[in-house]
Write a protein that binds this ligand. Structure first.
Ligand SMILES: Nc1ncnc2c1ncn2[C@@H]1O[C@H](COP(=O)(O)OP(=O)(O)OP(=O)(O)O)[C@@H](O)[C@H]1O
Ligand SMILES: [Mg+2]
Length: 261
């Protein structure tokens, strides 16, 4: 295959592709989901509690398997795409007996990367998320925002291309959350991931996303698929603009519609 065909094919393969995906536990949770996410997109998934948002992330990551339909990540089954993906959960599950640095390095130890290489990678990541100065501290000594940054560092250490985030900032106060949102976008600009992000906050979804998927409940299905055409890069000042306010109002209205759909 020539370099050029490879390039063309690479662009042609979406990062995530759902075709007719359904998921049943005792009852039908997700019904016939069809969507594709291009490389580099920042997709937020919003919808009423219990509509299946976390389940969608679990399906993408292979933590749950579809009852019917097909899911491709980078053109592969979720299981084969494991190395592409990092999952960041709502509660940072840090190991309390390990220092910040030792928590961050965990993924590389599991991968059996040589120690020297590991050290360099972890140093630059801690720098990137602004935790170098507390690398010897223990999780209990960190603020909520710092814990979240550490769990992001830990997820990034293996160099994922696709980041799945399930309400990662829900436990933070609004100011910290806003700052984390800005930092997340800065990191993403640098490291070029595709992101699938679940949140209950419409303004967070609008601020971060290139696109918002609104799910309707019982069973979970797509209610709206909305592009977010706000200027890039997204800065803190954007939140104070009329355009931002209007987008949040419009998306909130659509979300209310999803509840009764
Ligand atoms: N492992 C499981 N076994 C049985 N039912 C499950 C399982 N996981 C999720 N469910 C059910 O699937 C539905 C969707 O759950 P999910 O966690 O995906 O919703 P959600 O949209 O993330 O909700 P929330 O906004 O509250 O986090 C719920 O009714 C839940 O009870
Ligand atoms: Mg959830």
């Amino acid at each position: 295959m020539s370099a050029q065909t490879r390039l063309v094919q690479d662009f042609a393969v979406p990062q995530i592709e759902f075709a007719g995906v359904s998921k049943k536990y005792q009852r039908l949770i997700i019904d016939n989901l069809n969507f594709a996410v291009a490389k580099g997109e920042f997709l937020s998934i919003i919808g009423p509690s219990g509509c299946g948002k976390s389940t969608v992330l679990k399906l993408i990551s292979g933590l749950a398997t579809a009852t019917s339909g097909s899911i491709l990540v980078d053109g592969m089954t979720p299981e084969n795409a494991r190395e592409t993906i990092s999952f960041i959960f709502q509660d940072p599950t840090l190991l309390p007996w390990r220092t910040v640095r030792a928590n961050a390095v965990l993924g590389l130890e599991l991968e059996r990367m040589p120690k020297e290489k590991r050290e360099i990678r972890v140093d630059s990541l801690l720098e990137l998320v602004g935790l170098s100065h507390v690398s010897r501290a223990y999780p209990r000594e960190l603020s909520g925002g710092m814990k979240m940054r550490l769990s992001i560092a830990r997820a990034l250490v293996t160099g994922p291309r696709l980041l799945l985030m399930d309400e990662p900032f829900a436990a933070l106060d609004e100011m910290t959350r806003d700052r984390m949102n800005e930092e997340l976008l800065r990191l993403r600009d640098e490291l070029k991931w595709t992101v699938a992000f679940v949140t209950h906050s419409v303004s967070e979804a609008v601020f971060l996303s290139t696109r918002i998927l609104v799910l309707a409940p019982s069973p979970g299905r797509i209610h709206a698929d909305l592009p977010v055409n706000l200027p890039n890069p997204r800065t803190a000042e954007l939140r104070a603009t009329l355009e931002f306010e209007q987008t949040v109002t419009a998306v909130s209205r659509i979300l209310r519609g999803a509840r009764s759909a």
